[in-house]
Design a protein around this ligand. Structure first.
Ligand SMILES: Nc1ncnc2c1ncn2[C@@H]1O[C@H](COP(=O)(O)OP(=O)(O)OP(=O)(O)O)[C@@H](O)[C@H]1O
Length: 353
């Protein structure tokens, strides 16, 4: 039940910038694939093209090997959940879940049995008689999932389904969605701008930027081997340091790392460094201010401390230090510390992200 999108392009204005531009990717069967990107990257438009809610200018969408590019929404065998609760306010939870089955004119007994099954699946057995206005935001979204799944879709399309919920509920529902997916195994496409959500929930990630695919692959690959400076900066909360190639190595301030093979002497480089890939320590005896950074700001965030460090080059990096480790360091704002970059992703060139 995979989805194959080929060279999909959609413009909303003639001659204007495409919202989706020559996009091709493959969403594997029975997996959760996320469409990840910043606001305006074209995620929702792409999902709507796959759903049949928009028509492409060119390109194709195949679901389970069937070309659906010009099929109407109701013939595509999809279930959809949007960010805003699209439940019918005047219908009970049971009636909402039954809606799609009734429009398909299924026998009453079968409908009732399927609604019971769905209520159990989303753990809302007790709330079938309530109206949407009598539910919490998280419960309403679970009803929306039950309604989408009731029709036994081949494909589940989710557009920021937890976007309107507070962060605690969002994290709870992320875990809930993973276990729901384990039970149903329905091929799922999830739109999100939250890289943590994408890395945690999905088996496959398609990163979008300006309507194009920047990189597609398993979450570990996207995180560990970003293909472009955009992906490196968007995924993983990186800091960017500038330097140049010297004797075949990339020199970025006091940091010297391997340069890409095609590097030419003197060429500009950018190093993308993740906050937990920098280790800070009290400077060794004899270090001077040229090899140490100044602690500009400290911010405690739950289990770790965010340290904003100004390097001798004038560039700043963010470092995350586990709380216990930080307490042992005994560092305060204004101190000079030694910064050891354990890992960095280096790209040639001097681009603006
Ligand atoms: N119906 C429309 N008419 C005109 N332009 C549109 C329409 N829908 C989307 N766009 C434009 O297409 C581009 C992509 O929008 P889209 O909503 O797909 O991005 P997104 O990645 O989902 O963003 P967000 O995360 O903010 O929802 C944007 O520039 C947007 O303004």
């Amino acid at each position: 039940m995979s989805v194959i999108v080929e060279q999909l392009t959609k413009r909303f204005t003639t001659g204007g910038t495409p919202a989706v531009s020559d996009v091709s990717f493959h969403a594997p069967s029975a997996a959760i694939t996320t469409l990840l990107g910043p606001s305006g990257a074209g995620k929702s438009t792409l999902l709507r093209l796959i759903a049949g809610l928009e028509l492409p200018d060119s390109g194709s969408v195949r679901i389970e090997g069937v070309d659906c590019t010009h099929l109407p929404v109701q013939k595509r065998g999809i279930g959809v959940v949007f960010q805003s609760y699209a439940l019918f306010k005047h219908m009970t939870v049971r009636q909402n879940i039954a809606f799609g089955l009734e429009t398909r004119k299924q026998p009453r007994g079968e409908i009732e049995a399927r609604v019971d099954e769905m209520l159990k699946l989303v753990q809302l057995e007790e709330l079938g008689k309530r109206y949407p206005g009598q539910l919490s935001g998280g419960q309403r979204q679970r009803v929306a999932f039950a309604r989408a799944l009731a029709i036994r879709p081949k494909l589940l399309l989710l557009d920021e389904p937890f976007g309107a919920l507070d962060s605690r509920v969002r994290i709870e529902l992320r875990e809930w969605l993973q276990s729901l997916h384990e039970q149903t195994g329905v091929t799922t496409l999830l739109v999100t701008h939250d890289q943590e959500e994408a890395l945690e929930i999905s088996q496959h990630v398609v990163v979008l930027s300006d309507g194009r695919v920047a990189q597609a692959g398993p979450p570990e690959e996207i995180y560990d081997r970003p293909a472009t400076p955009f992906v490196a900066s968007f995924v993983g909360g990186t800091s960017v340091l500038h330097g140049s190639v010297r004797s075949g190595r990339a020199e970025v301030g006091t940091l010297v790392v391997a340069a890409p093979q095609s590097a030419r002497e003197g060429e500009a480089v950018q190093a993308f460094v993740r906050p937990h890939d920098i280790k800070i320590a009290k400077p060794a005896h004899g270090s001077n201010e040229l090899t140490t950074g100044r602690v500009e700001r400290l911010k405690s965030v739950g289990g770790y401390v965010k340290v904003l460090l100004k390097l001798p080059s004038g560039e700043t990096v963010t470092v995350e230090v586990p709380r216990a480790e930080f307490d042992d360091l005994g560092v305060v704002e204004g101190d000079h510390v030694h910064a050891d970059v354990r890992m960095a992703k280096v790209f040639l060139g001097d681009f603006a992200i």
